[in-house]
Ligand binder design. Structure first.
Ligand SMILES: Nc1ncnc2c1ncn2[C@@H]1O[C@H](COP(=O)(O)OP(=O)(O)O)[C@@H](O)[C@H]1O
Ligand SMILES: [Mg+2]
Length: 380
């Protein structure tokens, strides 16, 4: 799957733009502030229906305008074009091959993308939010019901919060019904996340050694905020057991925890749902120590890239299609050997790089792979 063409109207700093891409390496280069990241943002928007950086769609509309439009054409017969249109104070309008889709989840999987931006380093350096975001963006794109479960889970957590605010004491049938729903959707999400992290871990370790060029091992493990599941994962890992968890089992264990009287009391005191997948994390370990606390810059960067390469491999395997890879500003952080390694890893994948200087991608890095250079300063 490739992006052949991008069309923008009143998107960020672009009034009107038509841009073509080649099927292998594309390098968008130019000074900072000229709109390189904006281009990747627009293309990734067609993958997940949302910006990877802005929270509100208003921010994407060109200053002083009322709406934006992004359209991409692919080389794929199953989905030839995707367009996203947004007008202030209205809901987003998404079309696939000219047909309006009324649910965001119908967009997922049509164009699968992997984004590595400077922000992605936060997966290894910052709090759990960034690791959950990694899981959600990846899983939404390959599992049809993941996004739906996530929406439903959040909806019931919100309802639970309101109920706890209203009624601070007594037994409550309504609360039990909501907990049942939270357990149902939460367990489905937890099992998907467990499976995904397990696969990422197997592959990322291999990429890490290749990129970092050292025989040291970094591993990752899923830490669900469902205590019994977390303990069970720990036991399985210790026993080298790679079998799967059933959603039903996880659901029952989760529900049992949610029904604990002490927890219920605490939840009434706090007025919110205290356990569950909204507090999940992924632990990363470097030879027995936490990568986040003990890893060097180089080790963290190599692992962050390795995670993304692993994500690409898992998404490709699960979807049967090759994702498009967006690498925003990574070239400046890599030495020549590593650049060549990344090119080697991505040689059969449409990759769109951004960098400040054309010289950051040299023939010595790319060999005989043709490179499509795009000068961002000429696009305005
Ligand atoms: N809504 C908007 N309307 C117009 N210009 C915008 C908007 N949002 C951001 N910009 C402009 O986009 C530029 C930043 O683009 P960006 O893609 O981050 O640059 P680069 O990645 O090349 O450094 C800034 O000059 C900023 O003023
Ligand atoms: Mg940028």
């Amino acid at each position: 799957m490739i992006i052949k063409e991008l069309e923008l109207h009143n998107f960020r700093n672009y009034k009107s733009l038509n841009l073509e891409f080649s099927q292998s390496i594309n390098v968008i280069y130019g000074k900072n502030g000229y709109g390189k990241t904006n281009l990747l943002e627009a293309m990734f928007l067609c993958c997940i229906g949302k910006s990877f950086k802005a929270i509100k769609d208003e921010e994407l509309i060109q200053y002083g305008e009322n709406s934006y439009k992004v359209k991409i054409r692919t080389g794929d017969s199953l989905c030839n074009s995707i367009s996203v249109y947004y007008e202030k104070n209205k809901s987003k309008y998404i079309e696939i091959d000219g047909v309006y889709i009324d649910k965001l989840r119908m967009l997922f999987g049509n164009l699968i993308g992997i984004m590595f931006s400077p922000e992605s380093m936060r997966i290894v350096t910052d709090g759990p939010l960034y690791r959950r975001k990694l899981l959600d963006i990846a899983l939404c794109q390959i599992k049809k019901d993941y996004y739906f479960s996530l929406m439903m889970y959040n909806k019931f957590c919100k309802e639970k919060g309101i109920l706890l605010e209203q009624r601070r004491s007594g037994d409550d049938l309504e609360l039990e019904v909501i907990n049942e729903k939270i357990a149902e959707y939460g367990s489905a999400i937890a099992v998907d996340r467990y499976e995904f992290v397990k696969q990422l871990n197997e592959i990322a370790g291999k990429y890490y050694s290749f990129i970092f060029d050292k025989e040291e091992s970094v591993t990752m493990r899923y830490y669900p905020y469902i205590h019994s599941l977390n303990a069970a994962i720990g036991e399985k890992a210790a026993a080298g057991d790679m079998s799967e968890f059933s959603v039903e089992k996880v659901k029952n264990a989760f529900l049992e925890e949610l029904s604990d009287e002490r927890l219920k009391k605490r939840e009434r005191d706090f007025g919110k749902n205290l356990i569950g997948i909204q507090r999940d994390d992924i632990g990363m370990d470097l030879g027995g120590n936490s990568l986040r606390s003990f890893g060097s810059q180089g080790q963290k960067r190599s692992y962050a890239i390795a995670i993304k390469m692993a994500e690409l491999e898992v998404l490709r395997e699960k979807s049967g299609r090759t994702p498009v890879l967006f690498l925003d500003d990574v070239l400046s952080e890599l030495d020549n050997t590593r650049k060549s390694k990344i090119v080697e890893l991505t040689k059969n994948i449409q990759t769109i790089y951004t960098c400040t200087d054309r010289e950051m991608m040299r023939p010595s890095n790319t060999g005989n792979i043709p490179v499509n250079f795009i000068d961002v300063e000429k696009l305005r």
